[in-house]
Design a protein around this ligand. Sequence first.
Ligand code: IVH
Length: 419
Amino acid sequence: MTRTSPDRAKRAEELRQQIRFHDHCYHVLASPLISDAEYDLLVRELLALESAHPELMTPDSPTRRVGGEPAERFTKVRHPAAILSLSNAFSADDVRAWHERIARLDERVSAARFVVEAKLDGLTVVLHYRDGVFELGATRGDGEVGEDITPNLRTVRVLPLRIPIDPKRGKAPRRLVVRGEALIYKQAFLDLNARLAEAGQKTYINPRNAASGALRQLDPALTAARPISLACYSIVEADGTPPATQWDTLSYLRDLGFPVAEGATRCASLDEAIAVSLSAREHRDSFPFEADGMVIKLDDLVVARELGVVGKDPRGAVAFKFPAEEVTTVLQDIGVNVGRTGVITPYAILEPVEVGGVTVRQATLHNFDFIRERDIRIGDRVMIKRAGEVIPYVMAAIPEARGGAEKAYRMPGCLLAFG
Ligand code: IVH
């Protein structure tokens, strides 16, 4: 074996640092500092060095994002601390009732501040770092034991393989376990489904299913092909003294190089936290990601911890849920509308179902290609969505719910000429 020259080792480390830094600028901060071509040159140089001198390869090398052998099955991982859930509130009154309950338990709560964050609709992940190097990533599982999906998470571009991203920004604790949500942004999801439909492949019902499906692939190459993103929001365990407030936790995580969902608000009172949540509810459609509510958290993490848990729900935070926008029902038949300009649009005649306080009986099916490409059949259980003022629409059929009596749709003969 040839000895690795110290210069080569130094160059490899330099390249790794530069690539990590530019990955962060590009994927997390969305403001690249160099061109794609310059970036590719760095990656190619590192790949060449590593393949000529495999001893230079490190587990945190950015070239390791794509690799990884398909696994036979996932192994189980016990979480270092319970990965808790959240209790739900569906109205401002529910939130006030939560506040009163905890104020009775601890007098510090009456004067407490809050942080309000989006409740991201993705898949919870638990990320372990040792000496700043990403070494393990797991799903939540039952909160005590999850599944090891490390090779898949390595392919997620915004996940830092080494922290801090910028060595000038402090030092990572010897051991750090962070919790976040893996998700796919709305636009990336639409693009992904369009690509899949074009290639004649199965599309996904929603971003959550796409993200969770992609992370549960045994072959990491399949995960790598999906536009998965990540937003981190809490520290499960850390050596040393982690930040004492939720607000500081978010900036600490951001400084280390973790992606953190934008738009968290620090509120001086419960009234303000409720107002912020209600306003976010009004604007949920303009979020770049799917959120199913807002999480109101006590900012003081010492008070939050001392309040303890009820079952699996910590007392120090509450999920203020948005009304559901997606429900399933049965597609009883398909009708057609002829617009003023002669455009023909198929619509679903549904078993009536309530979404957000309104009974929905019909939903648009967009066009005939949509029915064919998504293989939507009469009698299918379908997922429909009613968001804001938009006309309810059919998102997809749920083929797993088929009983065998469903029938493929046939366009009325008189319309075939238009199809
Ligand atoms: S805090 C003790 N914050 O919502 C920490 N959870 O119904 C409790 N979730 O599975 C969780 N966004 O993974 C928290 N900003 C956020 C969140 C969030 C999404 C998920 C969480 C959990 C579920 C609880």
